[in-house]
Design a protein around this ligand. Structure first.
Ligand code: PMP
Length: 419
């Protein structure tokens, strides 16, 4: 027990010192130390991730799965060991169920094209939620237009949650898929994936989980949760841009047509037709994001050294600190749950009578980087009744003093716009 306590204390101390691992955080913006509060858009990269990519290019660069010379074999081994690391990180039993894509957006497009094409028909329905990112709406709209499918929306409650009882009502016989986000990139709410999956499966409906905002903040257990598809992006988990993951259950992979045609995804090509490689290669046409894979693996290892429990604790601490202050100001409107339970460090608000872009611009003058706009969630903003919001989103390197700086800088916005 003492050893475990020591372990917890160590990771506590480690995370409070992690800022030094991120070279970009040494820079100043407009004469102030950078307070980077836009982690829902993308995260900064630790030196170990940057080094892993550089090391690949300096020492092992080659294409994968093609050559038989030493470099090609090394590159292929590095690539495949990245696949194993991802499988391990998200609790997938078989690394053959991990497909490398360019990001969450491509992962979802892959399913909306390759799976829908073979498994859905005119009159079928797909359930989405009102809190989805555009990348979990528009691909389904494209599929809906092509195949005569209807999209049905699971409404968001006034508290920014999903009501499970309503889902039961929506799951009619014609529903063939439920696609939902694990964490809202605006409201910060966490949706109970395991429970939702159980309900959908009890109606014979497969689920796709958009975990773009979740993988860096909480533990993911695809096999235990039994979800059919899960998507995320490398750049939101402190890894490189240009790489993402689609996890799909083996039986779902077998139900899918190829997504794109090209090198690497075939077994044999003749003039008029071809046969396919087995998954996951069947879905990785062309040269994949080779150098990004060791970068992503290094990012996952970086997170593992703190442990996801410690990362969650830190995220909760920052969220609570932000929510406590936000609710003190009568002219600040919060969008999303005001309580900390089942909520993460994505906190959106508006300063009454001031446009969110004006707020973000004034904050930038104090070195505070955060996002204003609709955050690629126009359906949700329609529901919230506002065109745009200001969003702070926390990462492992943030500390409460940066949130305090944000609130002090808001006073300047008040002074400028509401004098
Ligand atoms: N889903 C959610 C919930 C997101 O927050 C984002 C990125 N903001 C995406 C999907 C799309 O991710 P990417 O642009 O990396 O494909």
């Amino acid at each position: 027990r003492r050893q475990r306590q020591m372990c917890i204390r160590d990771s506590h101390t480690l995370i409070s010192q992690c800022r030094k691992d991120f070279p970009i955080l040494k820079r100043e913006v407009n004469g102030y130390p950078l307070a980077y509060l836009d982690n829902a858009a993308t995260t900064q990269k630790p030196k170990s991730v940057i080094d892993a990519i550089t090391n690949f290019y300096e020492n092992h660069n080659s294409n994968v799965s093609r050559g038989v010379y030493t470099l090609a074999e090394e590159a292929t081994e590095i690539y495949e060991s990245g696949r194993d690391a991802v499988a391990n990180f998200i609790g997938a039993e078989d690394s053959g169920t991990i497909i490398f894509t360019s990001g969450t957006t491509e992962s979802i497009n892959l399913v909306a094209s390759a799976w829908v094409q073979k498994n859905l028909k005119k009159g079928d329905r797909i359930i989405l939620t009102e809190m989805e990112h555009h990348s979990n709406i528009v691909p389904w709209q494209l599929a809906a237009k092509s195949y005569g499918i209807e999209l049905v929306y699971w409404p968001v409650t006034p508290e920014g949650r999903l009501d499970l009882a309503l889902l039961e009502e929506l799951l009619t016989n014609s529903v063939k898929l439920l696609a939902f986000t694990m964490v809202s990139n605006v409201l910060g709410s966490i949706n109970p994936v395991e429970q939702i999956t159980k309900i959908a499966h009890s109606h014979g409906v497969p689920v796709l989980v958009d975990s773009a905002q979740a993988v860096s903040r909480m533990s993911i257990k695809v096999s235990e949760w039994d979800c059919d598809f899960l998507a995320f992006s490398g750049h939101k988990v402190y890894g490189p841009t240009g790489i993402g993951v689609l996890y799909a259950k083996k039986e779902r992979l077998e139900e899918m047509m190829p997504f794109q045609g090209g090198g690497g995804m075939i077994s044999h090509v003749e003039k008029q037709s071809s046969t396919w490689a087995v998954p996951p290669q069947k879905f990785e046409a062309g040269t994949p994001p080779v150098a990004q894979v060791p970068g992503l693996k290094a990012a996952l290892e970086y997170l593992e050294q703190y442990g996801i429990k410690e990362i969650e604790r830190h995220d909760n601490e920052l969220t609570e600190h932000a929510l406590n202050q936000l609710t003190e100001f009568p002219d600040l409107e919060l969008y999303g749950p005001s309580e900390i339970q089942n909520r993460t460090g994505v906190v959106s608000f508006n300063l009454q009578n001031v446009h969110s872009h004006d707020v973000a611009q004034v904050l930038d003058e104090s070195g505070i980087a955060l996002r204003a706009g609709h955050h690629c969630t126009q359906v949700l903003h329609e529901r919230l009744g506002v065109p745009a919001t200001v969003r702070m989103s926390f990462g492992i390197y943030n500390d409460p003093s940066e949130i305090d700086r944000m609130f002090s800088a808001l006073d300047q916005a008040r002074a400028i716009f509401l004098h």
